[in-house]
Design a protein around this ligand. Structure first.
Ligand code: MSP
Length: 646
């Protein structure tokens, strides 16, 4: 099986931002997923470097367009590795072979009679780089750029797009997956229900020189879209290259809704005229806003991918955008949203599952993977749940429903955390007759982690790599088998040894607003307070040393009668004791078992609602929209219960 996945080639009139990063992360994730399935994959991105917009941007910087495009194109190329995006090909429309092929194609389409010369008076929008129809205007303005288009009368070359209208309608009707999600397919069909106008595909050199010269008239350059769309073919070495033969029949394009029309109408009709089979699929996604506001330079809220990686980490960024956006719909980026996902989904759910499991195997089996004994009913149910996640994940990933694929993985993570609670490994460990059962439980949890790590590879290559390394697996050898039916369980070899891994996902502090300083992800991590010069409010060191802070492991949890806020926790420090904590609104008893928290172990005992509390659990108190949220303290790696904090 073969996959060819592309992103739009980005205009070099602006630097890469969150929107470009999203599309490119999507294509990268899909390409990694397909490789995981054992397919032969080609992933292409690149830059679109001709046209009005670019000339304007170069003029603003007072540099020749050639120099300008080199600089910005390099920025795109250099940004992708920061996000672990690994395209197989990075194409530029100023590449000589691209230019040569575009000219050949123009000549071919001209020769077959699909290009004609005409005088045209129309409403031209510089932002869109095209003539708009009256119908497209909203209160006289271009709907995308909110400015009135200019009336221009000039002689130009036109592509007979209208000749292919019916053929295109038929193709879209016969191939329901040609444009997805369905709302965009419907939008295109509705647009095609009116007569299609021919497409103006030239610009007189008197107005624009920075473009590909028409092969049949040197007084004109090509319209930038006629040039740009062809990148999907030239990147494969069309018409002769082997890559063209291999990959073109399976071409899938990913774009946002802003460029639906060029991809769903211009491009297929161009292909029809050229006699080239149509691409297979067009995947259309929505727009990222920032703090519910359109991202724009003038507002100063443009979010830069490099800074996002610096602030939140690569894995968190990739996970966040794929989990947060329902593919096809708009979404809003905010610091709170990304920190929330990091803390809840990554640090709490997955991070804790991983560290608890690894710590238990360390503690009860000296870090060696045990051989499972018989599977009891609840082990079997859990094992089946792991098996059931895989096809749901696979189907959702194949359909570009990334958020649902991740939801399926997190449902399983939640189930695994509950499996720990119900199977109580700490109780099994005390009973010598339950050795086999403890082996099965631990093995099942490790297998679940292995499978979760593998399915997360396309989304979070670094974190998933660390997870598999911790499980003592060679990344490559285990991957391809994963999605084969029936080959899912039992990849871990009993007897092999776990490797130490540092905390997978550290918790993040809340951030301030995303918009702030121009062009930056604003609201940096809060800095530690400066030490004031006076002694006021400070304690001497020996006051601090009086505190006996320890790591405690929660082994049992009971509600406190008549209290909605309190929970009575049995913790090990290392001896068992009860600590009452006001965390019932924030944590379910089930999700607390097995966690390590930091406690003050030498507080005088106090009675709370009739229960004696022998210590205090440390929590972070966060203010979210005027409400307080409590988050348990913990250590960044599993340690023996009772370890001292200093
Ligand atoms: N050069 C053309 C594309 C030619 S493809 C043959 C172009 N370039 S662009 O730089 O404007 O990129 C547009 C694309 O960038 C969108 O289709 C989308 O992939 C991405 N995004 C830009 N802003 C975006 C958001 N705010 N949100 C999501 N994606 C957006 O159009």
């Amino acid at each position: 099986m073969t996959t060819y996945i592309t992103t739009p080639i980005y205009y070099v009139n602006a630097q890469p931002h969150l929107g470009h990063a999203y599309t490119t992360i999507v294509a990268d994730t899909y390409s990694r997923f397909k490789r995981l399935c054992g397919e032969n994959v080609r992933f292409q991105t690149g830059t679109d470097e001709h046209g009005d917009k670019i000339v304007e941007a170069a003029e603003r910087e007072d540099v020749p367009p050639e120099k300008y495009v080199d600089r910005i194109s390099r920025m795109f190329r250099d940004t992708w590795p920061l996000l672990e995006i690994a395209p197989d090909n990075f194409i530029r429309t100023t590449d000589p072979d691209h230019i040569a092929t575009v000219r050949d194609i123009l000549q071919k389409v001209h020769d077959n009679g699909d290009i004609y010369f005409d005088e045209y008076t129309g409403l031209y929008c510089r932002g869109c780089e095209r003539f708009l129809t009256d119908k497209e205007l909203v209160e006289g303005n271009c709907p995308d750029h909110q400015v009135p288009p200019k009336e221009i009368a000039e002689q130009n070359y036109f592509f007979r797009m209208s000749n292919y209208q019916q053929q295109l309608i038929d193709h879209i009707r016969e191939n329901p997956d040609f444009i997805t999600p369905e709302r965009y397919r419907n939008e295109v069909l509705s647009f095609l229900s009116e007569p299609l106008e021919d497409l103006c595909i030239s610009r007189p050199k008197s107005r624009l020189k920075w473009g590909i010269e028409l092969p049949f008239d040197d007084k004109f350059v090509t319209y930038v879209w006629f040039d740009a769309l062809i990148n999907y073919l030239t990147g494969l070495g069309y018409p002769e290259g082997q890559d063209y033969a291999t990959f073109w029949p399976v071409a899938e394009h990913v774009v946002a809704k802003d460029i639906l029309k060029p991809h769903a109408i211009y491009w297929p009709t161009m292909l029809m005229s050229m006699g080239v089979p149509l691409y297979k699929k067009l995947h259309v996604h929505g727009y990222w806003n920032v703090d519910d506001t359109k991202m724009s330079k003038s507002i100063g809220n443009v979010v830069r991918p490099g800074l996002l990686v610096e602030e939140y980490g690569l894995d968190t960024l990739r996970y966040f955008v794929l989990r947060e956006m329902s593919f096809g719909l708009d979404s809003s980026f905010s610091s709170d949203a990304i920190v929330g996902r990091q803390n809840a989904d990554l640090a709490n759910d997955l991070g804790n599952l991983y560290s608890r499991t690894m710590a238990m195997v360390q503690k009860y089996r000296g870090g060696k993977i045990p051989a499972p004994a018989d599977y009891e009913k609840q082990d079997e149910v859990f094992r089946q749940a792991v098996g059931l996640m895989i096809p749901v994940y696979r189907e959702a990933m194949s359909d570009f429903r990334f958020h649902q694929a991740l939801q399926a993985v997190w449902d399983l993570v939640g189930m695994a955390n509950k499996f720990i609670v119900v199977s109580e490994p700490w109780t099994l460990a005390k009973d010598p007759t339950k050795e086999g059962r403890l082996d099965t439980v631990l093995y099942s949890l490790l297998e679940c982690l292995r499978i979760v790590a593998l399915v997360l590879q396309p989304v979070m290559p670094t974190a998933a790599g660390r997870m598999t390394a911790g499980l003592g697996l060679d990344k490559k050898s285990d991957v391809t088998r994963l999605l084969e039916p029936g080959a899912n369980w039992g990849g871990l070899a009993p007897g092999s040894v776990l490797q130490p891994v540092e905390s997978l996902f550290p918790r993040l502090e809340g951030r301030k607003k995303t918009k702030g300083r121009k062009g930056k992800v604003a609201g940096k991590v809060k800095k530690a307070k400066e030490v004031p010069e006076s002694d006021e409010g400070l304690i001497p060191f020996d006051a601090f040393t009086k505190l006996d802070l320890r790591v405690a492991e929660i082994v049992a949890v009971k509600p406190v009668k008549k209290s909605e806020k309190l929970l009575a926790l049995t913790v090990k420090v290392p001896e068992e004791r009860t600590i009452v904590a006001g965390i019932a609104e924030y944590y379910q008893p089930a999700e607390l078992i097995g966690r390590q928290v930091i406690v003050v172990a030498n507080l005088k005992p106090a009675k709370l609602m009739g229960v004696t509390s022998q210590g205090m659990i440390l929590v972070a108190r966060e203010q979210v929209d005027g409400k307080e949220r409590l988050v348990l303290s913990t250590v960044s790696d599993a340690v023996a219960a009772g370890s001292k904090i200093s």
